[in-house]
Structures are given as structure tokens and as C-alpha cells.
Design a protein around this ligand. Sequence first.
Ligand SMILES: [Zn+2]
Ligand SMILES: [Zn+2]
Ligand SMILES: [Zn+2]
Length: 812
Amino acid sequence: MVGEAIRVTGIVQGVGFRPTTWRLANASNLTGYVYNDGQGVVIHVWGDSTAINHFLAELKKNTPPLARIDHIQRAILHVDGAPDSFTIRSSESNNVQTNITPDAAVCADCLTDIFDPLGRRYRYPLTNCTHCGPRFSIVEAIPYDRANTSMKTFEQCGECLKEYTSPDNRRFHAQPNACYTCGPTVELERIDSNAQCLESLTQMDEVDGACTVLQNGGIVAVKGIGGFHLACDATNDAAVQRLRDTKQRNTKSFALMARDLAVIRRYAHITAAEETLLSSAEAPIVILSKTDQAPPGKKRAFGAKEGQRANDLIAVSDIVAPGINTLGFMLPYTPMHHLMLRRMNRPIVLTSANLSDEPQIIDNDAIKNRLNSIADYVLWHDRDIVNRTDDSIARIVGNKARLLRRSRGYAPAPIPLPPGFNNVPALLAMGGELKNTFCLIKNGQAILSQHMGDLENAAAYADYQKNLALYADLFQHCPEHIVVDAHPEYLSSKLGRQRAEDEQLDCHVVQHHHAHIAACLAENGHPLDAEPVLGVALDGLGYGEDNTLWGGEFLIADYVSAERVGTFKPIAMLGGSMVMREPWRNTYAHLMSEIGWPELKMNFEQLDLIQYFQSKPLDTFNAMLAKGTNAPLASSCGRLFDAVAAAIGICREAAAYEGQAAIELEAIVDQDTLLHEDELLAYPFAIPRLGNQLPYIEALAMWQAVLGDLILNTPKPVMAARFHKGLAKIIVTMIKKLTTVSDERVIHTVALSGGVFQNKTLFELVLSQLEQDNFNVLTHQQVPTNDGGIALGQAVIAAARIIKTDRSKPCA
Ligand SMILES: [Zn+2]
Ligand SMILES: [Zn+2]
Ligand SMILES: [Zn+2]
């Protein structure tokens, strides 16, 4: 007989790891015990050595669904301590560092339970087990025990308690375990102050009644895992329009939910990878390409009978996602959503319950007070949501799942730090301004918060501060260093600087685009001491090292430093931040910089674009351009997209949300032109050098080609394709130039980051060309390529600098 001490690290607490260990150890005839401690799970086993090896192999194979093993360490134990059975021991140290597990979609076994008419959980909408259900969204403090969650007010009944205390039960230590007898109850309530008659809605229960309301064109506020949503029938124009009007959301697309994959398939194409992503425990919104569908209200599905109202298969309303060729779909991820959509053969809109840009509403009182003018009914329950988590958004791009918004299902799962980052002191990175997240580093891992939105919104900023306090508590995190973006006006930077000053902590300042690249390196496990890479960071705007605005940068970078080696031509932002809302301003500034008004007027006056300009107060603008007042220069790739979109006539006058012009420009790209047209017709760019010798992407030739195509009335989709192709080509040319010295490639790894790479067309063109040229290309998957990822980059840059300085200190 031998004895072994086995340490398992990763996501191993609160996910049913100990009962699995217990079951497998017993099956292998091993004795010993298992317990949680500060770093993970410790297993002591005694038995014969083949049995121990077999047991470990089984443990790796049968990891519980929500667990993730990062590392297993083994050591020999004395044989004399061997107990005569295998037991689960309670946590040994009082400093248990529980990793809080993200919320997970309902599992297949629980679904079986809620649809089993003979079972005691038949149609119980808050069913869950160790392998599924809410976690992060209900936890108030650590350790993750029922008493520290919003389930604490519900005392388990005898049957639930039996499940909860039996190691061989799927609900062993499932903190939100509940049933009809003891758990939270769900109610459908009318909030439009009209009289209530639920009997007319359903013969089943109130969850089912919500379905009838939706089928009848009503709007229902539904309590999800991380917050309330507003729901309506996605095929009902009037309902969707009412939702838009009252929510004050003009054109940005709404997310959809459908009962199952079969319903989604009628409206969107689903590849195998997309199916996996939709069906995963994380259950994000997945961006899918639309199928050609009939005009709203026109087409009745094959086989559907006249008058079969609830089951009519009609098109998703055009108002759901105007101007774009994709739909964001998710599958039901709680039993309540499954039960509600059981009879719904059409998709529903499921959008965050909030007004315009505010954070999602999470509490029952607020929903009643603030949304009674929007929703007709509310479907809610009495289990509190403690932590707000929006739906995550993902997309398959370049054959891989990539997160555009990391929240429910993903946060706050830790991200392992790359080799070389052990022994980093605790630090806190404050993130950016738009799509803000923050990042903690503790015990060799990075914990990236959930998405919180744009801090300029007062409610989002309040949420950010609340979450900072919460994470400090949940992860017992007390930072010694604070990291901020270089932009002096970001609220996150101001707050971070203030805190560093108040608490006398070291404050590290990190340049925005360097943070983008470092985030990409970190999530790819790029080692601390590896060779520098060429980072390509393309986005809207970030604060540059020369105190001007950057947004299209080529950097030779490692974790410690970044050197700007290439850029886009700086163009004036006419009216400062106004350019974000009025894309045509970018077009005008570009054309004035490249071509000038006399030539534009002389050669292109017949274009509606030039006539459009003439309706604007051009003298004022020209004066601003000449003097540089309220027209700061920016080398932004995002603004170039806006400029081209507006020139073609896409989203010219006003953009209702960030990136709208670029998104709509990509949506119309003609695939035939993209894939089959002669390369020579792709819009040409050049790479001259700035006065300071920095090579930059120059768009003069591109603009001449665009104006020429406008004269020829070239179709917009063809122009959009030529632009994407030309831009991808010049980016790759720039990369090759910057990685090559005297015909020899000196840098082999390229990291792509920044919000512009959310553009699937551009990203896939650049990626495939680089891969053809045998570059090692690092891209984002788990962390958003947009500003939602930069907190991770800030954190690792500061960590690297701290480690390197420590190393260079002489030994005491
Ligand atoms: Zn379950
Ligand atoms: Zn019960
Ligand atoms: Zn950025």
C-alpha cells in the first residue's frame, strides 16, 4: 500500500469536485479524505499504486461539468496515517480562497426533472443542482455557503436537505438547492395598472401565462440570472417598436432567445461551432448570420394552418436588427426561460431591462417603479440578484469562439497568468472608459470583472464602484499597486489615482494600445521572458504617449514596454467627440486633409456627398481645421471606417451607438466582390513616413478610388468590399515591413487587438493572409478584443514591470 497527497488547482471549489472525488476514490477502493484549502482541493489517498493512478486518470476524465483542472501536484505520504474509509472533510484553513464560479445554464439532468410530470420538481422554475444554476449572481460573501447567498432566507425542506447532505446526490452542497415546498416562488404580475385576470392567460401556471402574454403582443419584464430583461414576440412589429420607443433605444439591435436550435435555424445559419457555443453552460448571446427570410407578416410556414396564430412561423421583425445582417441569439439558460418558451414557436426579444445606457435593473422594487410604463407584466421571483451580470456576447470568427462582452457565464472565472508571472504582488487594474471591466491579480491568476458598460453614465459608474468593493470582499483582495490608463480624463483613471494617493499605493500608468496588446499576449499564455511581438492595435481612440489621440497603432511590444513603429495618418476630429455621433464629420476631415475643397468642388460637385457637405456650415469647419480648435488630430482606424461609411452613404448623418457606421458598412459587404474580384480593384493605400520617420498608412489613393467609384455609381456593397480588402492588404503589408530587416523576418509573432478587430471581414482577411505567410498570430478569444479586455493588459504590464524591477535589484 502507498499513500499520496494530491493537490488540485483550478476551478475546483463549489462545483461538486469533492463528491466526484469521493465517488471515484470509493470506486477504486482507496481510503483517505478530500478537503478544500486556500489554493484549491487537497486529496489524501491510500491504496495500491495502480489504483491511485487509475483514480487520478478517472478524476481528470470525469471532472464535474463546471470544474476546470489547471494543475495536479503529487507527493508521497506516510502509510501509517491511512484511515479505513474515504470521507469528505470540511475546509481546513480559515483562509479559504474560494474562486467564485460563474453562473451556469441549467443542465440536462435538471431539465429532465422539470419536464417530468411525475417528479417533485415538475415545472419548478428555480430548479438547479451542483452542475448548474446561479452562483456568482447570488453570492454576498465568502466562503460560498448557503448562508452567504441570497438563498439564506429559504430553509430547505426535508427532501431537499437529504439531497444536500448526500455525497452521492447531484445536489450535494448545491447552495441554491430548492423545490416548490421550500424554495423561492415565481409570480406573474400585471404592472400596467390594469385589472388582472391570470386565468385567461393560462391553464398551467404563471410562467406559462407569461408565454400567452408574449404571444398576444405584450411586453413582459422577466427576472433572469444576472438581471431583469424585457421580452416581447420578436416577430411582432408593433411590440418590438413599442419596446424601442419606450426604452429609448433607436437602432441598436436587440438580442433574441428561442426555445431550441430548431427555432433559431429558421432565422439564422448555425455552424457546428456555433451550436456548441449556443448550447454551452456559459450560454452567451451568439452573433449569427441571418437567413433570407420572408418579409414580416407575409410568409406562413410550410404546413402551418390558417388561423393557427400561436404557431405561425413568420419572419423576425425588421426593427429587431435594422441595417445589419446578423442576429444575436441565445438559448434558454434557466428553467424559467425553458418553461416560459415551451409553447413559443417563435423567437422573443430578450433585452436588458434598463433605460437607454443605464445598467440592467436587478431588484424587484426598481422594476415596478421604473418600468411600469414599458412592461405590461413582470415575471419574477423572490430570490434576490446580488451581483448584476449582463448577458455575454460571443461570435465564431476565424473558426474560433470569441467573446465580445465577457459577463454572465464567464466572469469571474480566473484567467491563469502566463509563465514567469508567479509571485506577483496583489494589484488592481482599473480598466478603460467604454465597455469597462477591471482586473485583480492575486495568487498568480488574473480575475477580470464582468462587463459594466460606459463609465460616463452615472449609474454605470456607481455600479463600477460597487463592484470594486464587492470583488475586494469576495476575493479578499487588498491591492499594493493600482494601474490606470494614460488618459487623464477617464473616470477609472481619476478614481485609481485618487485611491493610490489616499492609500499610498504605487500607481502605474499604462498606455492604452500597449494594454490591448498585452491583454492579447496574456490570454494566449505568452511567457514573460519571450521575444517581443509586433502588436497591431486598431480601435477608436486611446491616449498616446505623445499626448495625442491614437487609434491605429503598430507596436513592437513585450509586457514591459512598447515602441510605436507604425501608425495611421493623423486626421482632425472635427468638433472633438462630436465625430463619434456624426460620421460625416470624419469624411469631411479626411477629404479636406487629402484632397482639399477646391479640387473636391471642381471635380466632384455632382456627387450627393459634396452637395451634402455644402448644406453644412463649412466656413466654421474650415476655420476649425485651419486653427486646430476643437479639432484634435487622431490616428484612428475606427474613424477611418466611419469616414468611408459616411462617404458611401451609410450612417452618414448620425450614429445612434458606438461603431454603428462600421458595423453597417461591414453588413453590406458584397461577398462575391470580396472573394472573387481582381485584387487590383481593392482600394489602394500607401505607406510613406511621417516627418519623424514613423511609417504610416496613407489613404489618399483610397479616397481617389472611392470618389471615382461614387462617380461611376458603383454599388455600395462592392465599394464596402473593396475597402475591407484594401485595408486588410495594407495592414498586412505594414506588418511585413515592420517585421523584416534586410529581407529577413526578425519578428515572427503578431498580436491583433482593438475594437476594430470585432469586424469579422477585416479580421478574417488579415488573419488568413498572415497565416499564409507563416506568422504566429495571437488573437483574442476569452477576453474581448475591444476595451473590455484592456484591464487584463494593464494588470500584466504593471506586474511585469514590478517583477523586472525586483529582479534587477541587487541581493540584500
Ligand atoms: Zn442541474
Ligand atoms: Zn425543498
Ligand atoms: Zn481601445
